[in-house]
Write a protein that binds this ligand. Structure first.
Ligand code: ADP
Length: 448
C-alpha cells in the first residue's frame, strides 16, 4: 500500500474514532442542557405568573369559598399552569419533576415545576408544566444539526489531510517515480538535486545520488577491467592457436599427439569465444558503437535465417518470418541488432524440440515498438527466468552446449538502444522473448 494512502487511512480512522467519542459526549451534554434550559424557562414562567397574581390578586384566579382550582393550558396542550390551595401547607418550596397529567381525558408527560407560596396566611401551590414530547423534539433537532456539523467537519478535515499529505509527499513521489522507477543504468540516472522544505527528503536524495555515483564508478571499473583482461588474453590465445595449427602441419607427428593438439585447440577455441563475447559486452557497455543506422527488419531476419538454416533443417524446425515487407527501423546499430536477433533465434533453435516451430513477428503497442520471437521449445522454469540474462548463467547447465553469454549480449544490446526485454515461458510448451523499444528512441517507418 502506498505511503500516501496509508497516512490518509490512518488519519481518517483516528478522526472517525475521535468524532464518534465526541458525538457520544455531545448527546449527554445536549440532554443535560435541555433539562436545565426547560427548568430555567419554567422558573421565568413562575416569576411572571406570581407578578400577575400580585398585580390582579389571587381571587381573580381562585374562588376560595367554592374551593375552585385555576388551570390553564394552551391549544396544543404542551404547556399548562395551575394554581390551587395547598392542603399540606408545608413541604419544599420549589420542586421539579417529570410526571404524567391528564388534560381533557388525555394523558401527557410533563416536566413540572411545583412552587408553594403564601398570601394573607393562605397557602397555595403553583404548578407549571411543559410537555416532555416538545422538549424531546427540540432535543432531536439539536442532535440532528450537531451530527450534520460533525460529519461535515469530519469530511473537510479528512480531505484537508489528504491534500496536505499529498503536498508533503510530493518530493518523495518525485524521487521514487522520477528517479528510482525509471532507473535502467547508473549512467543515465537522474542526479538532479531535490528542492524541498523537508530536510529528510533532501538528505535521502543526496544519499541516493552519492550511492548511484559509487555504483556507476564501480561499474565503470568493472567494465574497464573486463575489457582490459579480455583484450590482454585475446592476443596470446590467438598466437597459441596459430602455433598449434603450424604443429599440426608437420608430417612426422605421432597419432596421440594429433589427438592432444586437437583437444587443446578446442579448449582454446572455447576460450576465444568467451573472450570475444566478454569484449563485445564491454564495448557495448562502454558506448563504443554508433546508433545512427537504418535497417530493413524483414530482410535482416531473412539474412539470419539463411545463416542458421542448416541447424534448423537438421532437426526439421520451421522458422516463420512474419515481419511485414518494407518495415524500416532507424536510429539503431545494424550489426548489434543482427547479433541480438541472431542470438534469440539461435536459442529458439537450440532449445526447441524436433519438428518444432519458431515465429518472428513485430507490432506497435502504444508508444512502443515490439519484436517477438516465439518458439515451441522446452520452455524455462519460472524461477529461472530472472537469472537467464546473468553472465555465465544457464537454466540447465547439464544440457546442450553454450557459454551462458548469449542472453547477456542480448540484454546489453537492448539496453544500448534504451529498450527492455521480457520473457514469457511455459515448460514443455515454449518461450516468447519480447524486445520493446520506445518509438521515441528508434524510428519505425514503412517503405512506400
Ligand atoms: P547459452 O549459451 O547457454 O545458450 P544464453 O545466455 O543464450 O546461454 O541462455 C541462457 C540460458 O537461458 C540457456 O542456458 C537456457 O537454459 C535458457 N534459454 C535461453 N533461450 C531459451 C529458449 N528459447 N528456450 C528455453 N530456454 C532458453
Amino acid at each position: 500500500m502506498r505511503l500516501e494512502l496509508k497516512l490518509a487511512l490512518i488519519g481518517a480512522i483516528s478522526k472517525i474514532v475521535i468524532f464518534i467519542l465526541l458525538f457520544i459526549l455531545m448527546q449527554q451534554v445536549i440532554d443535560n442542557q435541555a433539562v436545565k434550559h426547560t427548568d430555567r424557562d419554567l422558573i421565568k414562567m413562575k416569576d411572571k405568573t406570581l407578578s400577575i397574581v400580585e398585580k390582579i390578586g389571587i381571587n381573580s384566579f381562585l374562588n376560595i369559598e367554592r374551593d375552585s382550582v385555576y388551570a390553564s393550558y394552551n391549544m396544543l396542550k404542551d404547556e399548562y399552569i395551575s394554581i390551587d390551595i395547598d392542603p399540606s401547607k408545608n413541604g419544599e418550596k420549589l420542586v421539579f419533576s417529570n410526571e404524567a397529567r391528564e388534560i381533557e381525558d388525555e394523558e401527557f408527560d410533563f416536566r413540572i415545576l411545583n412552587y408553594r407560596f403564601e398570601i394573607n396566611n393562605q397557602h397555595y401551590v403553583l404548578e407549571i408544566g411543559k410537555s416532555v414530547q416538545l422538549i424531546n423534539s427540540l432535543n432531536k433537532m439539536i442532535k440532528n444539526i450537531s451530527i450534520s456539523i460533525i460529519l461535515l467537519v469530519l469530511l473537510i478535515t479528512i480531505l484537508v489531510d489528504i491534500g496536505i499529505n499529498k503536498y508533503l509527499l510530493t518530493p518523495l513521489n518525485k524521487m521514487i517515480l522520477g528517479k528510482l522507477k525509471t532507473i535502467t543504468d547508473p549512467e543515465t540516472f537522474d542526479f538532479s538535486d531535490l528542492t524541498s522544505s523537508t530536510s529528510d527528503f533532501v538528505s535521502l536524495n543526496n544519499a541516493l545520488n552519492e550511492l548511484m555515483h559509487k555504483v556507476s564508478e564501480s561499474l565503470k571499473n568493472q567494465q574497464r577491467f573486463t575489457a582490459n583482461v579480455s583484450h590482454e588474453l585475446f592476443t596470446p590465445i590467438s598466437v597459441m592457436q596459430s602455433k598449434l595449427e603450424n604443429l599440426l602441419l608437420s608430417n612426422d607427428l605421432p597419432e596421440h599427439f594429433i589427438t592432444d593438439i586437437l583437444e587443446q585447440q578446442e579448449h582454446l577455441n572455447r576460450l576465444q569465444q568467451i573472450i570475444k563475447a566478454l569484449l563485445l559486452i564491454a564495448r557495448i557497455e562502454n558506448d563504443q558503437f554508433a546508433k545512427d543506422e537504418t535497417l530493413n527488419l524483414r530482410e535482416l531476419i531473412e539474412e539470419i535465417i539463411l545463416n542458421i538454416e542448416d541447424r534448423a533443417q537438421m532437426r526439421n524446425i520451421t522458422i516463420e518470418n512474419a515481419i511485414p515487407a518494407g518495415l524500416i527501423v532507424g536510429k539503431v546499430n545494424k550489426s548489434l541488432v543482427y547479433i541480438l536477433l541472431f542470438n534469440l533465434i539461435s536459442n529458439a533453435i537450440k532449445y526447441n524440440k524436433d519438428n518444432g516451430e519458431i515465429k518472428v513477428s513485430c507490432f506497435n503497442n502504444g508508444p512502443n515498438f515490439n519484436i517477438e520471437i516465439t518458439d515451441s521449445g522446452i520452455g524455462i522454469e519460472q524461477d529461472q527466468i530472472p537469472k537467464i540474462f546473468d553472465r555465465f548463467k544457464r537454466a540447465d547447465p547439464l544440457t546442450g552446449e553454450g557459454y551462458g553469454l548469449g542472453l547477456s549480449i542480448v540484454k546489453s544490446i537492448v539496453l544500448f538502444h534504451q529498450g527492455s526485454i521480457d520473457v514469457r515461458s511455459e515448460l514443455g510448451v515454449g518461450t516468447t522473448f519480447k524486445v520493446q523499444f520506445a518509438l521515441t528512441d528508434v524510428n519505425v517507418s514503412h517503405l512506400s
